[in-house]
Design a protein around this ligand. Structure first.
Ligand code: SF4
Length: 692
């Protein structure tokens, strides 16, 4: 039996795995002693490799390139040559007829690795000639990137996963780590065991709330009001670090003015937390020697998410909890390589290494390296994936090349997304499984999967880690970057790479932040956090050392803004709030975990809706009963999970299930800056089936 060094392909915790291979098949996974997981794995890490056996439980693996020549026709299996030539010809025709901006592409935040994401954004920029490349960061931590870049200068976690357990206080805001990042949750438990104070802000009494010193069950959709009240308290009670604020921050007077109406007493009815509890939380946070703020989708999936992220970073700035060990701001990134996709420039406003597309000097550097005229690089910011349905309906986007994403399952308001897809002329899907989106494609390009290729991922704490190939792929599939290179070459831009390392060295040469991260240094269990700027550099466990922020002025920016209510409030017809949540045993669109026998046997149902016992009683609904859940956009069936840990005003659904997808109900009120949809809040109702 061989043990192959890998990294879990699910969440951003970055757990190192040994894949045990016998006779060319993976037979089990073991936790390796990685920096973030120390030998431990959650359910998904232990059993989530089995989709490689193509169990066909939820959907089948794609083994051959396929073309659908006409809308409504069946797929036809074709050779790679024909698939590449057909796709290249169609894309060139669309570019010629409707202009470069009419084509949109995605990178992938999952098993493809950083090298592939780099090649994809290079294809978009150098071959298509636009910046229309994006990834699922848009629907999760896009607001964290946008908000932190403005206030601190870097859109990533400022600290390390391993360091969380040594903080004296954890303020956990809208983050259910037990379900979304179980191995990070263990660090929270360890912090508690070491004596840390834990404060949890969440409408549901999540697992972390059960071990918290203080639990603040705020009302859904009131994050900004609570964060403002926190900041007000720090200033009002003189709990902030005046010296730090005057030396390392800007904007204090305006910040204070913006907070004037947000005393805890003024907002307690809005947020549903007594003023004294708000004040108590800030006394704990400010009184701790070291404190860390952690957040997740409960902060970012709202129409005012960027403002809240800026507000949370303001609390760290007010108290000097940045730039040293055991402190910081931690937006814990969702997918295993969503940080990496952003690092590699799968963003419409940035080249790899967080270099702006609007900067002429940067464009010149990339144009020279890629051997193209600088005019070929678009100086304008590209489209975001959440804008695609609207842009397609308006006729501005005509072709969509989707790599390793499933927007017809994971995007908000699926009715709108379907309309957008109907308006597109040409859809290319490059994937491993026949996802909901692949079913609607014109061309399918089958790729190798995690386990069948090697590469580098970046986990949530900016740590680069290598994963190796464990088994040979079955079927007529190719590596993602190989497919993109063939397409680029066919479209007139010769592109070829020998291996991952050659691509990675191109990344390093173009990105000063990553230059010191060589393939060699990343061997084995290594975990190197950027910035890592030269060969001797061991990486950066925490950002902003010496309180040097990477904002234009070098100072942290204090920011507060008035709270805005969510876009769609409950009313007489739809009296409940619907919020999306995670399921611990499955991941994202479930195309991988849904095809793993052990995980599917744990939870293979059309999904559940969590309903408070009082609400269920009033509606005459019993636990485990199948019910209708409806919003203004549609209705789906789901199994009722009567659950006393949730609040009475809201119901909660996972978005991983293929039947009864909760995104039929969600709405796409987008944050004006990050364009992230408000999937944590829309009006809904839950109805007993026999009543209809
Ligand atoms: Fe994989 Fe995340 Fe579980 Fe670790 S915590 S094993 S990275 S899913």
């Amino acid at each position: 039996m061989n043990k192959i060094n890998s990294v879990c392909p699910y969440c951003g915790a970055g757990c190192k795995i040994n894949l045990c291979v016998e006779n060319g098949r993976i037979i089990k996974a073991e936790g390796a002693n990685g920096v973030t997981n120390q030998g431990e794995l959650c359910l998904k890490g232990l059993y989530g490799w089995d989709f490689l056996n193509d169990n066909k439980l939820l959907t089948a693996r794609i083994h051959e390139p396929m073309i659908r020549r006409q809308k409504g026709a069946d797929f036809e299996i074709v050779s790679w040559n024909e698939a590449i030539q057909y796709t290249a010809k169609k894309l060139l025709e669309i570019k010629e007829k409707y202009g470069a901006k009419s084509i949109m592409c995605t990178g992938s935040s999952r098993g493809t690795g950083n090298e592939t994401n780099f090649v994809m954004q290079k294809f978009v920029r150098a071959v298509l000639g636009n910046n229309n490349v994006d990834c699922c960061a848009r629907v999760c931590h896009g607001p964290s990137v946008a908000g932190l870049q403005e206030t601190l200068g870097n859109g990533a976690m400022s600290n390390s996963i391993a360091d969380i357990e040594d903080s004296d206080c954890l303020l956990v805001f809208g983050y259910n780590c037990a379900d979304s990042h179980p191995i990070v949750a263990r660090r929270v438990v360890k912090a508690k065991q070491k004596g840390a104070k834990i404060i949890v802000c969440d409408p549901r009494k999540i697992e972390t709330a059960k071990i918290a010193n203080q639990y603040l069950p705020l009302k859904n959709g009131t994050n900004m009001a609570l964060v403002n009240a926190f900041a007000y308290t720090l200033i009002d009670e003189d709990l902030y670090d005046k010296d730090y604020v005057s030396r390392y921050t800007e904007g204090f007077e305006e910040y204070k003015k913006q907070l004037a109406d947000y005393s805890p007493e003024a907002v307690q009815d809005i947020v549903g937390i007594p003023a004294m509890e708000i004040r108590k939380a800030m006394r704990t946070y400010a009184g701790a020697k070291t404190a860390t703020i952690m957040w997740g989708m409960g902060v970012t999936q709202f129409g005012q998410a960027v403002d809240v992220v800026k507000g949370l970073s303001g609390l760290a700035l007010l108290t000097g909890n940045l730039g040293k060990p055991h402190v910081g701001v931690a937006p814990v990134r969702g997918q295993n390589n969503v940080q990496g996709a952003c690092d590699m420039g799968v963003l419409p406003n940035m080249f790899p290494g967080y270099q702006y597309v609007t900067d002429e000097k940067t464009r010149k550097k990339f144009a020279q390296a890629w051997n193209i005229p600088v005019e070929q690089l678009d100086p304008e910011v590209g489209y975001r994936i959440t804008e695609v349905p609207h842009l397609a309906i308006e006729g501005k986007v005509k072709a969509y090349y989707i790599m390793g994403e499933d927007p017809l399952q994971t995007e908000a308001d699926l009715g709108l997304v379907r309309k957008g897809f109907e308006a597109l002329d040409f859809v290319v899907v490059q994937d491993i499984f026949m996802t909901k989106t692949a079913e609607q494609a014109d061309v399918i390009l089958p790729s190798t999967s995690w386990g069948e290729h090697a590469g580098i991922f970046t986990c949530a704490d900016r740590g680069f880690q290598r994963f190796e190939k464990a088994i040979e792929p079955r079927g007529n599939v190719k590596r993602d970057w190989e497919i993109i290179s063939l397409l680029a070459t066919e479209m007139g831009y010769p592109m070829s790479y020998e291996n991952n390392e050659e691509i990675w060295n191109e990344v390093r040469a173009l990105c000063p932040l990553f230059f010191g991260v060589t393939y060699e240094k990343l061997a084995g269990l290594a975990h190197i956090q950027w910035p890592c700027t030269d060969i001797e550099d061991k990486g950066t466990p925490y950002l902003y050392s010496g309180n040097q922020f990477t904002t234009p002025s070098g100072k942290g920016q204090l920011f507060a803004t008035p709270w805005r209510a969510p876009a769609e409030l409950p009313d007489a017809d739809y009296p409940m709030i619907l919020s999306t949540v995670r399921e611990v045993g499955h991941y994202s669109c479930r195309s991988m975990t849904g095809n793993c026998k052990a995980l599917a046997s744990l939870a293979d149902e059309p999904g559940y809706v969590q309903v408070h016992p009082d609400v269920a009683k009033e509606a005459g609904i019993g636990d485990q009963e199948i019910v209708w859940v409806e919003s203004r956009r549609g209705k789906v069936m789901s199994r009722c999970n009567v659950n006393e840990t949730i609040n009475k005003q809201a119901i909660y659904m996972t978005y991983q299930w293929w039947i009864g997808a909760c995104n039929e109900l969600t709405q796409d009120n987008l944050d004006p800056v990050s364009k992230t949809p408000e999937t944590k809040y829309c009006a809904a109702r839950v109805i007993k089936i026999e009543d209809q």
